[in-house]
Design a protein around this ligand. Structure first.
Ligand code: NIG
Ligand code: FE
Length: 418
């Protein structure tokens, strides 16, 4: 593997500085104008002004790549995805446009259940191929690490099928995939009349087995109206913690249930969605180390007017991250640049805040901030280049992909130029 000297970065967004970012620090991008990076194998060896990096001894022998005036930033860290599923739910999209709500469709057997049925009918090979194709699209949009949840199998063979697919995709690369067990996505049809028996199964068998086999690092629960209650989620997440899995929570998306306080109580890495939180929740989150992962793709795709109170969370001192929530029901997008556009126009985050939320704070929520999320010597050479003159143009131009190069651990995995 050659060393790389990357120049032609009109703005190099290093994101160096405090981790996690709270309050005003969320705007600090550590920008170097006319910057350069020196890369050895999978790591960053040096980062700084071009004239300084070029003078380093190692730079002389390195392979040179002049990006010709791009904005370069750490590869996006997408900390909330449901990567593995076999088909879209475009039929439900059309039903919603005609007036049915997401929750109505779910109550009538559609929604997550429709995808669960489809997963159970799919071969591991078909699931892998589709997820692999989606992964390549993530890379094309500048993402270099994603989290991926199970939760569309909901019986043991099919949860295992998804977790093994995630493991396989991580081994095959090019992206790093951090696995999360979401056995508690909804109560599966066969336990509809006895949800607590399903929770028993999760805490007595599935969670300990997933943890012992090293099939996941995190354990998530969809704690909301129509899914799991706070007491059920508490049992699940306390068991997960005891087994060495770090909790995450789908919280307060459709109704305020108290899932936020549970996330704080079980020291979750992240509480995700948060569209329905109130002022007391905001204050509690701000005093905690739980990352507030906002997913503006959902309200956009579902056509809902409610958004998470991003400004209040940031101003109170909460740790805010952004993610796609890539899934076939509520947010079928792999595009972090689109999420940045939504964060700016709908959540009133500034472009700088959105970028920090999608890189360093997201890395923190995955406990990966020592290796990724910023461009600093010693970290992985995970970066994305955008064909724009000013970083604010990344969210400004929406609906187009301006990512011209993605590098993962020192390997160029996407490039629009030879
Ligand atoms: O994060 N809310 C729960 N899970 C997903 C939706 C999954 C689906 O509809 O298939 C979400 O929005
Ligand atoms: Fe989700």
């Amino acid at each position: 593997m050659p060393d790389w000297l990357i120049t032609g970065c009109s703005e190099l967004l290093t994101l160096r500085g405090s981790v996690p970012r709270r309050g005003r620090a969320l705007r600090e991008l550590g920008i170097i104008s006319d910057g350069a990076l020196l890369i050895r194998e999978d790591r960053i060896l040096a980062v700084g002004k071009r004239h300084k990096v070029e003078r380093l001894r190692e730079a002389r022998k390195a392979e040179k790549r002049d990006l010709g005036g791009c904005v370069v930033l750490p590869g996006f860290v997408d900390s909330h995805t449901h990567l593995v599923f076999p088909a879209s739910r475009a039929d439900e999209y059309e039903q919603r446009i005609s007036g049915k709500t997401y929750e109505e469709i779910a109550r009538n057997g559609g929604g997550i259940r429709a995808t669960v049925n489809a997963v159970r009918r799919s071969s591991p090979k078909a699931l892998l191929e589709r997820a692999g194709a989606h992964l390549r699209e993530f890379a094309v949009h500048g993402t270099t690490t994603i989290e991926a949840k199970s939760g569309y199998g909901l019986d043991w063979p099919n949860e295992l099928k998804i977790l093994c697919a995630v493991q396989q995709l991580h081994q095959d690369q090019p992206l790093d995939i951090v696995p999360t067990f979401l056995g508690a996505h909804i109560v599966p049809p066969e336990y509809r009349k006895r949800p607590d028996a399903f929770v028993d199964l999760l805490v007595r068998a599935w969670i300990p087995t997933v943890a012992t086999a090293g099939l996941a690092e995190f354990c998530d629960v969809f704690c909301d109206r129509g899914a799991f209650t706070v007491p059920q989620a508490r049992r699940i997440l306390n068991t997960a913690r005891a087994c060495g899995l770090v909790p995450r929570v789908h919280a307060e998306q459709f109704a305020r249930t108290g899932a936020t306080w549970l996330a704080i109580e079980v020291q979750a890495a992240s509480a995700d969605h948060l569209e329905k939180i109130n002022r007391a929740d905001i204050r509690a989150l701000a005093l905690s180390n739980v990352v507030c992962t906002l997913l503006p793709g959902c309200s956009f795709h579902l056509g809902l007017p409610h958004h998470a109170p991003a400004r209040e969370l940031i101003e109170a001192g909460g740790i805010v991250a952004l993610a796609t929530d890539f899934n076939p029901g509520t947010s079928p997008t792999v595009s972090m640049p689109m999420i940045l556009s939504l964060a700016c126009s709908q959540l009133h985050m500034t472009p700088a805040e959105a970028i920090a939320a999608a890189t360093i704070n997201a890395a923190y929520s995955l406990r990966q901030h020592g290796r990724i999320g910023s461009l600093e010597a010693g970290k992985y050479a995970d970066l994305a280049a955008f064909d724009v003159a000013d970083y604010r143009e990344i969210p400004y131009y929406f609906g187009v992909n301006l990512c011209s190069m993605t590098m993962k651990r020192g390997v160029i995995i996407h490039s629009t130029k030879p």
